[in-house]
Design a binder for this molecule. Structure first.
Ligand code: NDP
Length: 447
């Protein structure tokens, strides 16, 4: 329940209009909760319908994706692109290929993306897309045929100044390559229509590392502000995909010891510190399972089931797998084991109940839309390099990423203070992200 009747009514309408989409309801509710004090100060945003427009995507594109598997059988998947908000720039946000994808997941991600992109300080609007296609266990040829079919529909709606997709769960360098090839073939355009591209055809150095590195730069800024650091800390990271791997690398460089990682089947604990090269070999080269880690590291322990990772004693937890992976019980276990900081690498990995547990225990908490914005920020840097027809060095991009993440931390922290919510980075990020988009929407009139 909100204090404001207007917000209660709006939330009710969001639930009715987007029935059976609980992830979207959860994301909207969390933002609206933070906006109560802002709307008291800015009644013009209510009067001009800015908030109502913000919770309604500008456009939802939904399509059939037919393809043929290696047995010659026709398979039909569903494709989505939700162009959420273009007030401050072209739609920008990743594509997710995972069997759990449906309209509600893409809607929640697109909504979050709008605020995240605003926080980067760069001119990018919010969008998200994907499919219920599962790349696990598919041959390269099957993935290519699927990507070509997906792009044969999607190309009509995207463009370098219109909508620029990138990767997300299940969409890495291989998938972006196939998607880009098909876009170029159909349109005849060699343009920066996708980010996360390979380095030989317009990709940016440091994009692959950006979300994980950015998460650690943000976490480091948050820790420093509280008189702490990564040095000597036990770190637990869920997932072993793109975000998790590069979060591990940077957390280790900053002095932390990563002792556990996972995938959707289970988790490994290595008290000597996870050997990241072994994880890269299993996940990036062989596309294998995390349990294979113990074959070469016999002192490490593998446990089936992914949520048990939150029972591993740590100082810093970096959830980098998927939404709602930390529930109330997991949050309580982390707190009981003395966690001092939780920073979200995945999108919305903590349930609202888990966030309340962290808040009550005064755990430093970094919300995803601020702490994992480094990926999209670097995607925007890739767009700039594509427009300039230039490539920056790894060091240049990494330095820009670090500055952007530190600025996002300062902006969220300062905004929270301004609203009398010192230390509440959830509110600070939501409000700061909202104000820029709301101001642009208000200035552009009723569109
Ligand atoms: P990847 O596909 O590279 O890796 C995802 C990892 O999470 C895998 O280890 C996967 O295990 C695990 N995982 C997926 N679903 C589940 C589940 N239901 N339960 C437990 N583990 C699961 O994806 P990314 O690393 O790119 O994305 C991870 C998160 O970060 C997502 O929430 C994404 O939205 C977010 N994010 C990603 C960005 C990027 O630049 N890539 C940018 C900002 C946010 P398995 O292999 O077994 O499926």
């Amino acid at each position: 329940m909100f204090k404001s009747a207007y917000l209660n009514d709006l939330m009710d309408r969001v639930i009715k209009r987007n029935a059976n989409e609980p992830e979207f309801h959860q994301a909207v509710r969390e933002v609206l909760e933070s906006l109560e004090p802002v709307l008291e100060k800015h009644p013009e945003y209510v009067e001009s319908g800015v908030v109502e427009r913000l919770v309604e995507p500008e456009r939802i594109i939904k399509f059939r994706v037919p393809w043929v598997n290696d047995e010659g059988k026709v398979v039909i998947n569903r494709g989505f692109r939700i162009q959420f908000n273009s007030a401050i720039g072209p739609y920008k946000g990743g594509l997710r290929f995972h069997p759990s994808v449906y309209e509600g997941i893409i809607k929640f991600l697109g909504f979050e993306q709008t605020f995240k992109n605003s926080l980067t300080g760069l001119p990018i609007g919010g969008g998200k897309g994907g499919s219920d296609f599962d790349p696990h266990g598919k041959s390269d040829a099957e993935v290519m045929r699927f990507c070509q079919s997906f792009m044969t529909e999607l190309y009509k709606y995207i463009g370098k100044d219109e909508d620029v997709p990138a990767g997300d769960i299940g969409v890495g360098g291989r998938e972006i390559g196939y998607l880009y090839g098909q876009y170029k073939r159909i349109t005849g355009l060699y343009e920066g229509v996708l980010t996360g591209k390979g380095l030989t055809y317009g990709g940016s150095l440091a994009r692959k590392e950006a979300t994980g590195f950015g998460l650690c730069y943000f976490t480091d800024a948050m820790l420093k502000d509280a008189g702490q650091s990564f040095k000597g800390k036990r770190v637990v990271i869920s997932g072993s995909g793109n975000v998790a791997i590069y979060a591990n690398q940077k957390a280790t460089e900053l002095g932390g010891k990563v002792i556990a990682m996972s995938d959707s089947n289970g988790f490994v604990v290595d008290e000597d510190g996870i050997d990241l090269n072994a994880v890269k070999l299993i996940k990036e080269v062989r596309r294998g399972r995390i349990k294979e880690y113990v074959e070469t590291h016999p002192k490490a322990v593998y446990t089936e089931g992914c949520s048990g990772i939150w029972n591993v004693k740590c100082d810093i937890a970096l959830p980098c797998a998927t939404q709602n992976e930390i529930n109330e019980a997991s949050a309580k276990a982390l707190v009981a084991n003395g966690v001092t900081a939780v920073a979200e690498g995945a999108n919305m990995p903590s349930t609202p109940e888990a966030v309340a547990v962290f808040k009550a225990a005064k755990v430093l908490f970094a919300p995803a839309k601020a702490s994992n914005a480094g990926g999209v920020a670097t995607s925007a840097l890739e767009m700039t390099q594509n427009s300039e027809r230039l490539s920056w060095t790894f060091e240049e991009v990494d330095a820009k990423l670090k500055t952007i993440m530190e600025n996002i931390y300062m902006n969220a922290s300062k905004t929270a203070k301004e609203y009398g919510l010192d230390g509440d980075l959830v509110a600070g990020a939501n409000i700061a992200g909202f104000l820029k988009v709301a101001d642009a929407m208000y200035a552009q009139g009723l569109v």
